[in-house]
Ligand binder design. Structure first.
Ligand code: 5GP
Ligand code: ZN
Length: 139
């Protein structure tokens, strides 16, 4: 299913032109218009899913396999030194386009891409709380 108000549905379907690195029946991989580094790309499923919370499991599995293949090829093509694979779910986590996508971000030495967070420390209280809640959870 597609969402008629979703820009990534239109891009994935080819209704809006994009710099396409790869396409198959399930996905289109495009260059991000606001790249964090040279070669920053997005994997878009052709079906509309808001994010990972509602993503079809078969598409999820295929997306990870495609991410692996893309970064192996693009590492050689771009001559980058590493890759971040980033995927944001909901606004609080930085999602701005609500059609599932995976960011493939090439990393170059001294590239200044800022994906860091402040490192905390796991308290005994948090550890017990989380493990207890998970034990009690009946999903
Ligand atoms: P999010 O913040 O939702 O994880 O990532 C959305 C990404 O989509 C951003 O990196 C942004 O630059 C990119 N983006 C937003 N609109 C377009 C567009 O129309 N075309 C392309 N190629 N990228 C877009
Ligand atoms: Zn969509």
């Amino acid at each position: 299913m597609q969402d008629e108000n979703c820009i990534f549905c239109k891009i994935a379907a080819g209704e809006i032109p994009s710099a396409t690195l790869y396409e198959d029946e399930d996905f289109r991989v495009i260059l991000d218009l606001g790249p964090a580094s040279k070669g920053h790309a997005l994997i878009l499923p052709k079906e509309h899913y808001r994010n990972l919370f509602d993503l079809d499991e078969e598409i999820a599995a295929k997306a990870m396999i495609l991410a692996k293949k893309m970064i192996c090829v693009m590492k050689e093509v771009l001559g980058c030194d590493g890759y971040n694979v980033v995927q944001n779910n909901e606004e609080v986590a930085g999602q701005t386009v609500f059609h599932f996508h995976m960011h493939l971000i090439p990393r170059y030495k001294d590239d200044n891409v800022g994906l860091e967070w402040n490192v905390g420390s796991l308290s005994d209280e948090d550890k017990e709380d989380i493990l207890n809640k998970l034990r009690e959870y009946r999903g």
